[in-house]
Write a protein that binds this ligand. Structure first.
Ligand SMILES: *Cc1c(COP(=O)(O)O)cnc(C)c1O
Length: 447
């Protein structure tokens, strides 16, 4: 390969965001070495393709870094709302991850996949009685309590079964990490958790310590998602440690667990950085060690709940191009055979995505267009102002970095079957992880 070609190859790969993506000799996009155009032919589209080695790598980065930086007993929980299916819970189990679940449905899926409920944490701002009963009967490790109405029910339900249920209290430290408003959760004015600032956290701790059938193991916070800066995490940690100190002074209660939630950013577009999560964890740990030392409390076990940064960059979505529409003086559109039913994130948050014409990666990007889904909804777009080669009907279009909050948010709007999910395993073989929905599946619940 001569220097000029090598340079072009390198910048083309750079534009592919992550090193598990590439271009093969046919000019096709590859993921984990697998030809995406071949996979689209084999499985049909829309198709989500996951790189299993990448998922495992991401989990190992967190596990290793957390134990090294925070010490033994500190570990990551995979926030499974990012992508929840039996396959991912099996991998989480094999990789020694805890998980967090936000509903009985997620817990059921985990348990059904052989995941031990004692390594799971149950979240949610409105756990129903049925959720609480099911979780306790499964032997859930911890329930992260959102409010005192819920705590009363947990105490009663555990008591009726002769169980002392370990819990954490979810607190809002009052942090706004300046991401999109809909994915910011750590502010005082939030539907999640109990505010420190208003004094309600103190009331909650006092109330909880008076309960017979729950055991308070510590505190939880989660400040938001897609955060690229370590500062908001250190700010949250500082406020939480300050709170641990004050709870010790006021109630003689010392927290064993500090759960800092999830939220590390992922590179979706070229202008975003690819974060070094191990380095982030060490920087937060260094900060926490110093704060703990100054305050005289014992070092808590630290938990984190990465979701997006475990699965997002392990996956891409493949579509078949249908029509192309050029509206002179306005925009151009390319329509695909999926859209908001498999990826509602642009419609919800105007999320960034990188789009590639997977079947012709070496052709010039001469067509700037809006990628439109097939639903009867003007807002059904995947991305706007995307440069790709002028697409032809039948080309394969890829949307990169779709592993998190895509399939898990999928719907059947317009009675469009949800896509298949395939995984490239570490030995390069490909297998189905979730089969494509059929028309029979669509009418399955209709009476
Ligand atoms: C969504 C969520 C997470 C995961 O956030 P990511 O940004 O995907 O890492 C973790 N903890 C809680 C409580 C959440 O709601």
């Amino acid at each position: 390969m001569n220097a000029a070609v090598e340079k072009t190859e390198k910048s083309a790969r750079g534009a592919l965001l992550h090193d598990n993506l590439g271009i093969n000799e046919s000019g096709h996009l590859t993921i984990a070495g697998a030809d995406t155009v071949e996979l689209a032919k084999q499985y049909g589209t829309p198709l989500m393709v996951m790189d299993e080695a990448r998922i495992r790598r991401n989990m190992r980065i967190y596990r290793t870094a957390m134990e090294r930086s925070f010490g033994k007993g500190s570990y990551p929980l995979y926030a499974s709302k990012a992508f929840s299916c039996k396959y991912i819970y099996r991998i989480a189990k094999e990789e020694g991850m805890g998980v967090d679940v936000v509903s009985s449905g997620e817990l059921y899926t985990a348990v059904n996949a052989g995941f031990d409920a004692s390594n799971a944490f149950l979240h949610g701002n409105n756990k129903t009685d049925a959720d609480i009963v099911y979780a306790i009967e499964c032997g859930i490790g911890h329930i992260v309590v959102d409010n005192m109405v819920e705590l009363d029910r947990i105490d009663e339900i555990a008591g009726a079964r002769g169980v002392v249920q370990p819990i954490l209290l979810r607190l809002t430290p009052g942090i706004d990490p300046h991401t999109h408003a809909a994915i910011t959760t750590g502010k005082v004015d939030s539907k999640f958790g109990i505010a420190i600032e208003t004094g309600q956290a103190d009331d909650a701790v006092a109330y909880t310590l008076g309960k017979q059938n729950v055991r308070l193991d510590g505190f939880h916070c989660h400040i938001g998602s897609q955060i690229f800066d370590v500062t908001p995490f250190c700010d949250a940690a500082r406020l939480m440690i300050k709170y641990i100190v004050s709870a010790r002074e006021k109630f003689g209660y010392e927290a064993d667990i500090l759960n800092l939630g999830g939220g590390f950013g992922v590179r979706y577009i070229e202008s975003q950085p690819e974060l070094d999560y191990a380095d982030f964890i060490e920087r937060i740990a260094g900060f926490i060690r110093a704060e703990v030392k100054n305050s005289g409390i014992k070092m808590p076990r630290v938990l984190m709940e990465p979701g997006r940064s475990i699965v997002a960059d392990s996956c891409l979505t493949l579509y078949t191009v249908g029509g192309t529409k050029v509206i002179p003086g306005f925009k151009s559109y390319v329509s695909i055979d999926g859209g908001m039913p498999d990826n509602p994130r642009y419609a919800l948050y105007e999320s960034d995505y990188t789009v590639k014409l997977a079947s012709r990666m070496r052709d010039g990007d001469d067509f700037v267009c809006t990628v439109a889904g097939r639903c009867c909804e003007s807002g059904d777009l995947i991305q706007e102002n995307v440069p790709i080669p002028t697409p032809r009907r039948g080309d394969i279009l890829a949307v990169l970095v779709t592993g998190a909050y895509n399939y898990s948010m999928a719907s059947n709007y317009n009675r469009i079957p949800r896509p298949a999910v395939a995984a490239v395993s570490e030995n390069g073989s490909v297998h189905t992880v979730i089969r494509r929905e059929t028309f029979d599946d669509l009418v399955h619940l209709d009476v």
